[in-house]
Design a protein around this ligand. Structure first.
Ligand code: FUL
Length: 483
């Protein structure tokens, strides 16, 4: 959709609901629009989480076990969760999310609910607990912990006998929620295969959600239906454009529904949505989620990982990158090298914000204390607050350098603590004393990254072309990724 069409669509859709985008005149108050919880805000600022798919599939070279796997297969000779955590840290990741149980039903912790677990394996003489080892390693290094408990369980005989299995699932979840201290994220998918008795399992999502809220009030729940973080609608690590954090909760009421309109809603969110539910883009560093020896030379390159960062975190989503340990219990050296190089690339790219050395001006400031320099002070909690523009005008913020600078990356952030409001924006650069178009985009949200061909200029101007409320910009940063 071109920009004119986008504006028309937004304006028409908004008018139908009594909300006027900013370019169409003064808007309703910001209070009408959703904002993140403190935990959601912290989650968005974390940006990167590492997914760890590990279990019996690692040893059978499969993606989905059928539940008949012998627990004695599980015997990672050199398991060291410290290596996972060190690698995650080197890559800039803030949280690790482990498959405590995948669809095959094998539990990586010694659950009281089943013998199909590490307890029946030779690993650590049956005394081991992978969840515990990962949690301890994360705590030592100050990283957050998340757990994935697959509802679909191909081993458990009660699966399909809905109330009975729901009780067992609640007990497993309770173990995970009570034994390991605070969790950042609890990860659910909607996979819902047929039970051994041919019956379809009806999951009790309200019960699951209540349990998490009660036992881990600070944890965020992920699924395609949220309620706190939504799936981004694909497993390619690419958020939609635009990507709103707000959603209409009636479109995806429970996990596991399918349909084009649902995928669209997950990809883009809804600018008129009443609920704040940011998107998370899950993708694997290899073709599969689990480790397969044949894929050791198919690990994503650092360039490719940086590209994923731009298409997810650079489009207002979180990135959940899967890195599967091998049968040794360690990340393979190819994955470690790629993650370390990825971390170095990002650190180098974002090391020197050229906006810090620029003079910054804006079309206006709504109130004292929220002036334009707040957008370039590097503090995510301060912001430039624009007053509502007069009729026919748009608000802008501009950087001017005494001497021309070279850059190819521009980072924009809204102060999302106060909501996501910008629907369209454009960037211009100074060329021979005139402002000429450089790039344009739709919404901003937590973060919108623009990559442009490297340019040399003494000025950059951001104009807000449409917004649902006067915008608050916490960040306008400029980087040179060419060296
Ligand atoms: C899906 C599963 O079926 C895949 O095996 C993988 O775990 C992916 C992250 O979620 O629902």
């Amino acid at each position: 959709m071109n920009r004119r069409d986008l504006l028309l669509t937004l304006t028409a859709a908004a008018a139908a609901r009594g909300i006027r985008p900013w370019s169409a005149g003064p808007s309703k108050s910001r209070a009408d629009r959703p904002v993140p919880s403190a935990a959601q805000l912290a989650w968005q600022r974390d940006e990167l989480a590492l997914f760890v798919h590990f279990g019996v599939n690692t040893f059978t070279d499969r993606e989905w076990g059928d539940g008949t796997e012998d627990p004695r297969l599980f015997d990672p000779a050199r398991l060291d969760a410290g290596q996972w955590v060190r690698t995650a840290k080197a890559g800039g990741f803030r949280t690790l999310i482990l498959t405590a149980k995948h669809h095959d039903g094998f539990c990586l912790w010694p659950s009281e609910t089943t013998t199909h677990s590490v307890r029946s394996s030779p690993w650590r003489g049956g005394q081991g607990d992978v969840v515990r080892e990962m949690v301890d390693a994360c705590r030592r290094e100050g990283l957050g912990v998340g757990l994935y408990l697959s509802p679909w369980d191909r081993h458990e005989p009660s699966y399909g006998d809905s109330p009975r299995y729901n009780d067992l699932y609640a007990r497993q979840l309770t173990e995970l929620l009570t034994r390991y201290g605070p969790l950042v994220e609890v990860w659910f998918d909607g996979a819902n295969g047929e039970g051994p008795n041919g019956k379809r399992q009806e999951y009790d999502w309200p019960r699951v959600h209540r349990l998490v809220r009660e036992l881990q009030p600070g944890a965020l729940m992920f699924s395609d239906a949220g309620p706190d973080i939504r799936w981004i609608g694909n497993e390619r690590g690419t958020a939609g454009d635009p990507n709103w954090c707000s959603v209409d909760p009636s479109v995806v009421p429970v996990p596991g529904l399918s349909g084009d309109h649902i995928i669209r809603a997950l990809q883009h969110g809804d600018p008129h949505g009443t609920v704040w539910r940011p998107g998370e883009a899950d993708v694997s560093i290899r073709p599969g989620w689990f480790w397969h020896p044949a894929e050791n030379d198919r690990v994503r390159t650092p360039d490719d990982l940086v590209q994923l960062y731009f298409s997810s975190v650079g489009r207002n989503a979180g990135l959940l990158l899967n890195v599967p340990p091998s049968t040794t219990g360690l990340f393979h050296e190819a994955d470690v090298r790629a993650l370390e190089a990825f971390g170095e690339r990002l650190r180098a790219l974002f090391a020197d914000d050229l906006a810090r050395g620029a003079r910054v001006q804006a079309s206006g400031t709504a109130d004292r204390g929220h002036g334009a320099p707040n957008a370039t002070d590097g503090d995510p909690d301060t912001y430039w607050s624009s007053p509502p523009p007069g009729a026919g005008t748009r608000s802008w913020i501009a950087l001017e350098w005494r001497e021309a600078v070279t850059f190819d990356t521009i980072c924009l952030q809204e102060a999302i603590r106060h909501g996501q409001h910008v629907a369209a924006h454009s960037l211009e650069m100074l060329d021979g004393g005139r402002w000429v178009p450089l790039a344009r985009g739709t919404t901003i949200g937590y973060q919108r990254l623009h990559r442009v061909p490297a340019i040399r200029t003494a000025g950059l101007r951001l104009t807000m072309d449409a917004s649902f409320a006067p915008p608050r910009l916490s960040r306008l940063a400029v980087y040179d990724g060419t060296n």
